[in-house]
Design a protein around this ligand. Structure first.
Ligand code: SAM
Length: 273
């Protein structure tokens, strides 16, 4: 009855469910969006802790079960659909009136973790916290600091939009069926504004992506291949010197602040258009 293709691993440990809910700082004034309620175990806890819950489930077969389990809760509404396709901004406006703050709490389907998180962050939805169970390895990448092996574009993107923290590591044994990987709960505290001054967000993320393009190459080589193919190498070396970044460093040692300086200065000098 489980659909592996939909990432259906259901949580069966009540303690873990409680711990996830408590990470989200919910109150009876706040709202929650749950992605993938499954058979509704986490959903029930959310219904008890929050003012309103909207639970988005893609699998039609689960709807009657959810309706049954959740019928005592007037503050829970199940929406049938693919979270990646739905207009969340509109749904929030329609369904979350009168809530003080809004968070996302979920045990995510692992095959779409990154697209879901990037959608939640990039659409700049009015969210306070995103507390989600994901693959442990992805959680570590999201929260990684510069210079570590896990640090990459996903770390920069997540940390641009949110403060990130791995809240707990969760063994595979608390799920049915048991997944092949360990899991972790990650907490993203969504920022009001990015932690660095960025003149153009697209350029910033282009700089980040090209800096990480080939991990064993120097920053300078990656930039010359990806971002500045038509620029004189000397101009790029000069710019890096002027903003205090050693061109022989690896891209994966740069902080968000250094990526921002690189993007802003590259634009100012007309090297990036
Ligand atoms: N919340 C339940 C729990 O903790 O036991 C179930 C979590 S299970 C890991 C992921 C759930 O997400 C499944 O119910 C699956 O059907 C649903 N799902 C998968 N892809 C989805 C999508 N694109 N949009 C909405 N729900 C999805």
């Amino acid at each position: 009855a489980f659909k592996k293709s939909l990432g259906q691993n259901f949580l069966i440990d009540t303690n873990i469910l409680h711990n996830i809910v408590s990470e989200a700082d919910l109150t009876k004034e706040k709202g929650v969006i749950e992605i993938g309620p499954g058979i509704g175990a986490l959903t029930e806890q959310l219904g008890r802790a929050a003012k309103k819950v909207m639970a988005v489930e893609i699998d039609q077969r689960l709807l009657p079960i959810l309706q049954d389990t959740l019928s005592p809760y007037e503050n829970i509404e199940v929406v049938h659909g693919d979270v990646l396709e739905l207009d969340l901004k509109k749904l929030i406006e329609e369904k979350m009136t009168g809530v003080e703050k809004l968070s996302v709490v979920a045990n995510l389907p692992y095959y779409v973790t990154t697209p879901i998180l990037m959608k939640l962050l990039e659409e700049r939805l009015p969210l306070e916290n995103i507390v989600v169970m994901i693959q442990k390895e992805v959680a570590e990448r999201i929260a990684a600091k510069p210079g570590t092996k896990d640090y990459g574009s996903l770390s920069v993107a997540a940390q641009f939009y949110a403060e990130t923290e791995v809240a707990m590591i969760v063994p595979a044994s608390v799920f049915i069926p048991r997944p092949n990987v360990d899991s972790a709960v990650i907490r993203l505290k969504v920022r009001d504004r990015p932690p660095v001054e960025v003149d153009d967000q697209d350029v910033f993320f282009r700089v980040v992506r090209s800096s990480f393009a080939q991990r064993r190459k120097t920053l300078l080589n990656n930039l010359m291949n990806g971002l500045f193919p038509k620029t004189q190498k000397d101009d790029v070396i000069q710019m890096l010197a002027d903003i205090g970044i050693d061109p022989t460093r690896r891209g994966e040692t740069l902080s968000l602040d250094e990526f921002a300086r690189l993007a802003n200065e590259g634009m100012r000098r007309g090297l990036i258009t």
